[in-house]
Design a protein around this ligand. Structure first.
Ligand code: 3HC
Length: 288
């Protein structure tokens, strides 16, 4: 199965990541089916994508034609069978729960054609924890996008011990065709490359805050104005979701037992209060 034979992509899970992954694939000229068991989530995804595309048209970054062609290439469905039965490539972007992902991969493996690659967008679960739930381990890999997917250019491809070279080649080629930049990790590692580095930055920001060295705004300013990061670590935690950051810490701590991985009191309190960032209107900052 060569990349130029890939025509149909199924994206499973219509949350923030899945919906934007589907959109970049459609803008790249692929026929895309976005699947979610929740019809409301699909409707919200469509509405949100239309908003993002309208803003790009207004800014002159995309033409009306490009956007309408992309939407013509997209289908929305709640049926997994409908989504994957004629797919050449499946990208899973559902909840970060191993059992749910394994169950989905077993089903997708049963329903998809034999040649189809099944990739996971998981940031924490390596594909070797999933591959044995299928009969095609050589066609399973991680394909990790960054938030917001419409903007962030890098995608990490992670080769598990079971993943064939052909699978990572096809996946990397697909990433280039949707105007993104792939990096290939030849071995699995917890957190991959970018999130490992980001985790250290966030930990240090929290350390400085908890020790009352500087406040949220000042620490963020140090990153934006001294290091030229587009946003600081607290603004970024609000963007990604404080619950997402917290859950990653819990998983890392449970997995390694390392004291330094323990979620900080600041994160625990934010999660307890439901102050999860932009999505709840309040995190480290308040949003109108
Ligand atoms: N979804 C889609 N597009 C968005 C967006 C969103 N939530 N928020 C902003 N954008 C787009 C805007 O439409 C605009 O697009 P355009 O350039 O094509 O017109 C562009 O981003 C710039 O937006 P703004 O001018 O409104 O705002 P900023 O200049 O402040 O940029 C940002 C916003 C792109 C989010 C920028 O702050 C940024 O790059 N932040 C860092 C993001 C980052 O580090 N992401 C990685 C997170 S870690 C991760 O994803 C790991 C994973 O495992 C969860």
């Amino acid at each position: 199965m060569k990349n130029n034979k890939i025509k149909n992509i199924a994206v499973i899970g219509s949350g923030t990541m899945g919906s934007q992954i589907a959109m970049v694939c459609a803008l790249g000229g692929y026929q895309v089916t976005l699947q979610d068991i929740n019809e409301d989530s699909l409707a919200k995804a469509k509405q949100s994508l239309e908003g993002h595309m309208q803003r790009r048209i207004k800014k002159g970054k995309l033409s009306d034609d490009q956007v309408s062609q992309a939407f013509e290439c997209m289908r929305f469905t709640s049926s997994l069978e409908d989504a994957v039965k004629e797919s050449d490539f499946v990208i899973e972007a559902i909840v970060e729960k191993l059992d749910a992902k394994r169950a989905l991969f077993t089903e997708a493996d049963r329903l998809a054609p034999d040649h189809t690659i099944l990739a996971t967008n998981s940031s924490r679960i390596v594909s070797s924890e999933i591959a044995d739930a299928t009969n095609r381990p050589e066609k399973i890999c991680n394909m990790h996008f960054f938030n917001p997917v419409l903007v962030m250019e890098l995608v990490e491809v992670v080769q598990g011990p079971h993943t064939s070279e052909e699978t990572t080649e096809i996946t990397s080629e697909l990433i280039k065709r949707i105007n993104k930049i792939p990096i290939l990790l030849k071995k699995e590692i917890n957190g991959f490359v970018a999130n490992r580095m980001l985790g250290k930055l966030m930990d240090e920001a929290i350390y400085l805050l908890e020790n009352e060295i500087a406040n949220v705004e000042e620490i963020d300013l140090a990153c934006t104005k001294a290091l030229n990061h587009p946003i600081g670590p607290f603004a970024l935690m609000d963007l990604v979701g404080i619950d997402v950051v917290f859950n990653a810490r819990v998983q890392n701590y449970d997995g390694t037992g390392e004291e330094s991985m323990k979620p900080s009191t600041v994160l625990i309190k934010k999660v307890e209060k439901g102050e999860l960032g932009r999505k709840t209107g309040k995190g480290f900052y308040t949003y109108s």
